[in-house]
Design a protein around this ligand. Structure first.
Ligand SMILES: [Ca+2]
Ligand SMILES: [Ca+2]
Length: 275
């Protein structure tokens, strides 16, 4: 009997030791990002983006971003085309920079998408490093439909919309659909560049043990982006009320409204019983 008691005590001890180690060391795992100072990173990222925009200009003839070499007017001083937006994430304030090169000319009455509309985009993604960006031309025309709100559909990790991008599409208009018999084709699309501080791109702040480490974690991400089309008044649960209006608490975020007491974990925009 005593032996069984001892084994039992040892088991309890083992559990206590495991739990006490659990905070920063799960079964020998140490979070490599636990010392990252995200507030300091927000400040240095902003400095780096402002430096880039202040030392580069948009060459309209060749349609590319270039280093200022002969007194050209910087992207930062181009207040007509540079949009700056405050975005808060994880209680940290960020500035998102969107540089518009073509506003977009749809052949319909479509205006700008909201941040919950489904968008058809093309994007070329890369980090901003050492005051330089170099796009891989092989990644041009990377077209994808993005649901800007989560749905029941599974989406690959690298196809999930970044918060910075979600907040940027509202500055663009879509293009003109000129599809004839062939593939879907657009012209006069909305085009530009999105400069996302790391905290609203791929932050490591939500890192969980054993998650693969993304090589773009905590880096400034730039999108060269094109808005081809979007679904006006996107209605995810097809209940007749656009998702943007399924916002019971009025904070412009339909992700946090759960009005159905019989289904308290289902957001209203995915719940056809709530309109
Ligand atoms: Ca809401
Ligand atoms: Ca609904």
């Amino acid at each position: 009997m005593n032996r069984i008691k001892n084994i039992f005590l040892l088991l309890i001890l083992g559990v206590v030791v495991m739990i006490s180690c659990d905070d920063d060391n799960v079964n020998g795992f140490i979070n490599p990002f636990e010392d990252v100072d995200y507030e300091a990173l927000a400040i240095s990222d902003n400095d780096s983006i402002v430096k880039f925009l202040s030392t580069h200009y948009y060459d309209t003839l060749n349609e590319e971003v270039r280093l200022i070499d002969a007194g050209q007017s910087s992207m930062f001083s181009d207040s007509e085309n540079l949009k700056i937006k405050d975005v808060t994430s994880n209680d940290i304030n960020y500035k998102l920079y969107v540089y518009i090169t073509n506003i977009g000319e749809p052949n319909s009455s479509k205006g700008n998408p909201t941040k919950v509309d489904s968008v058809f985009i093309s994007r070329n993604e890369l980090p901003l490093l050492n005051n330089s960006i170099s796009f891989d031309p092989l990644k041009e025309n990377n077209q994808v439909w993005w649901n800007l709100l989560p749905t029941f559909d599974f989406v690959e990790e690298n196809e999930r919309p970044l918060l910075g991008a979600i907040e940027a599409f509202q500055f663009f208009k879509p293009g003109e659909n000129i599809t004839d018999d062939g593939p879907i084709t657009y012209q006069n699309t909305g085009k530009g560049y999105i400069f996302m501080p790391s905290g609203i791109a791929y932050p490591s702040i939500n890192y969980v043990p054993r998650q693969p480490i993304n090589s773009l974690f905590d880096l400034i991400i730039v999108y060269k982006v094109e808005l081809l089309d979007f679904v006006e008044d996107t209605d995810h649960d097809i209940d007749g009320t656009p998702s943007i209006e399924e916002d019971a608490n009025g904070d412009e975020n339909p992700r946090n409204d759960f009005s159905d007491p019989t289904n308290p974990n289902l957001p209203d925009y995915l719940n056809p019983n709530i309109r």
